[in-house]
Write a new protein. Structure first.
Lengths: 144, 420
């Protein structure tokens, strides 16, 4: 029976998802530039399922500074900024349980399908969620 | 008979014992870092000593410094494969201590996710077992079919692993009508696949030759050593928390412990029986999920839906509670004690299934060969970890290191040798 399965494999498409390109390009940024200009094409990413718990989006306008999210966050991702009465999230620590989204009384937090978050710097702009865009925090989150 | 097998007299056999092999603390065939010392007479294992305690992470202490909602997500991270079993036992313990009711619909959803996890865990185990025997083709085929249930879990819960679905007093996400067909589709897929799984694992000549009468745990030994889960059931012990102590949706299901007798084989307790039990349990889980989906009660998802109210109720709660759940590897047990006006649990104790099955390794190893070590170690289903070598130290001081690849090669050579 296993042989039948194996022979079927010969004509079947691979079960794995294709990489964006077949071979490593000489320059990744060059390739991305070409893709942006429409001169080259890459395999599109596999669409994320609906309701995926990805990176948390923060709407500072709605935030009332109740600190409920800070209380329920298991990974202590969220730092409260007392002067502005807003929060700052260090996504590098996030476990994507989205308990803060459930806890928020004013719907200032929401999940996004954004999951490609690998970075060499845990304080890079992409990994800090806060009110004013940019201005990555210099201070590290409080250690345990 | 069984006592002689367990208490083998090493002193009397000393002249015959030529080698002592330590395996671990870190080794790919082991769930957690653990150390084995094997006493060998030629190829045959005549003694084994197990030393656990290398993976203490202080999770219980960390949990006692966090409030109960934070601790819930910590409990999820005790095990990556049982990532619903621990939260289920934890929430059950807290609800027991605080006297919180869980709505019927939430109970059904917890049951469904728990059984989906059993399907993925048993299929993962089957692949690992095939790999240890040298059937990497089968490993890739099994893990390929496992993706279906992983995708289903991801679309139902939002996370591929660590589903974050149960919360104290209920569940966080519903299974809406439009997603029920996804589940039904995946279940149909596995029902069609079941016969293939049985053919590939239970009617395969090579698998039979490598696993029958290898790693035997007799009925008496399983009882004496308090083995749990599929390891005990493979020895013919009809023991299953879902049967003996029904909870959540299982109370209406009349779940029956699966033993090799259901496959028409007298239980021996060898690795082959372990495969039988796990494959048949996939079928059982499919049945349970289908019945849950059919008879899904309507109603609310959480008895205390507002998080501040839940936190306040938990702060007021006082008492102790226990939670038991039949995880894919056996019974998982959580104990918790709460005090009024303290947000954190005052005491939290976790007993994971592998702990109950540790001693079952001893009679399983005795009398078998070095090349059988990987499959016997894997037979109680410890999680595969991230380590790739072991030490062989001979008595005369000659030390050498054997890589994991070499051990796998020995295992494969044995398959080839006995299959001609």
């Amino acid at each position: 029976m296993i042989f039948a399965t194996l022979f079927k494999q010969l004509v079947r498409r691979p079960a794995t998802n294709p990489f964006p390109v077949k071979y490593m390009p000489r320059s990744v940024t060059g390739l991305l530039g070409k893709v942006a200009a429409g001169k080259a094409s890459i395999h599109p990413p596999i669409p994320a399922p609906v309701d995926l718990r990805g990176k948390i989006a923060y709407d500072a306008e709605k935030c009332i500074g109740c600190q409920l999210c800070v209380r329920v966050c298991p990974a202590k991702v969220i730092e409260f900024l007392p002067e502005e009465k807003k929060i700052r999230m260090y996504v590098a620590r996030c476990t994507f349980c989205a308990q803060c989204v459930d806890a928020c009384p004013v719907d200032a937090l929401a999940t996004t399908p954004d999951f490609l978050l690998a970075d060499t710097d845990r304080f890079s702009e992409n990994l800090i969620v806060q009110a004013a865009p940019g201005a990555a925090a210099a201070a590290a989150p409080e250690e345990e | 008979m069984h006592n002689e097998r367990i208490n083998i007299d090493l002193e009397a056999n000393k002249s015959a014992v030529a080698y002592s092999i330590p395996i671990g603390p870190t080794h790919p065939a082991l769930k957690e870092p653990i150390r084995f010392s094997f006493e060998l007479d030629g190829e045959r294992i005549v003694g084994v000593d197990i030393k656990p305690g290398f993976a203490h992470r202080g999770i219980e202490y960390m949990g006692m410094r966090r409030n109960l909602i934070q601790t819930l997500y910590l409990s999820e991270r005790i095990c990556g494969i049982c990532s619903i079993s621990h939260p289920l036992a934890f929430t059950m313990a807290v609800e027991h201590a605080a006297g919180i009711e869980v709505p019927p619909r939430a109970q059904a959803i917890r049951t469904i996710i728990g059984e989906l996890e059993r399907i993925h865990s048993h299929i993962l185990w089957a692949g690992v077992g095939a790999h240890e025997l040298g059937f990497d083709t089968l490993l890739h085929l099994t893990w390929n079919v496992r993706e279906k249930v992983m995708d289903l879990l991801e679309s139902l819960t939002g996370n591929r692993v660590d589903y974050a679905i149960p919360i104290i007093s209920g569940v966080r996400r519903d299974i809406p009508e439009e997603k029920v067909h996804l589940a039904a589709e995946a279940l149909d897929y596995y029902k069609r696949l079941l016969q293939d799984l049985i053919d590939a694992f239970l009617h395969d000549k090579s698998v039979e030759m490598r696993t029958k009468n290898v790693g035997v745990l007799t009925y008496d030994e399983a009882i004496a050593l308090c083995a749990i889960g599929p390891t005990a059931r493979a020895s013919g012990v009809k023991k299953d928390v879902r049967q003996d102590w029904p909870y959540y949706g299982f109370a209406d299901m009349e779940v029956r412990a699966i033993t090799p007798e259901d496959f028409g084989r007298e239980p021996v307790g060898d690795v082959y029986d372990n495969i039988i039990v796990r494959v048949l349990e996939v079928a059982q889980s499919i049945e349970i999920i289908e019945r849950c989906l059919e008879t899904m009660p309507s109603g609310e998802l959480m008895s205390i839906p507002k998080i501040p109210a839940l936190l306040a109720a938990l702060k007021k709660a006082e008492g102790e509670g226990i939670g038991r759940h039949e995880a894919p590897r056996g019974e998982v047990f959580h104990y918790i004690r709460l005090e009024a006006d303290v947000e954190e649990p005052v005491a939290w104790k976790v007993r994971a299934p592998t702990y109950g099955n540790l001693m079952a390794w001893v009679p399983k190893f005795l009398g078998d060969e070095i090349a059988d070590i990987p499959i016997i170690a894997a037979s109680i289903d410890p999680c595969m970890c991230c380590m790739d070598r072991m030490h062989f130290v001979s008595r005369d001081g000659d030390q050498s290191t054997r890589l994991k690849e070499e051990l796998v090669r020995l295992s494969r050579e044995k398959t080839r040798r006995i299959c001609g």
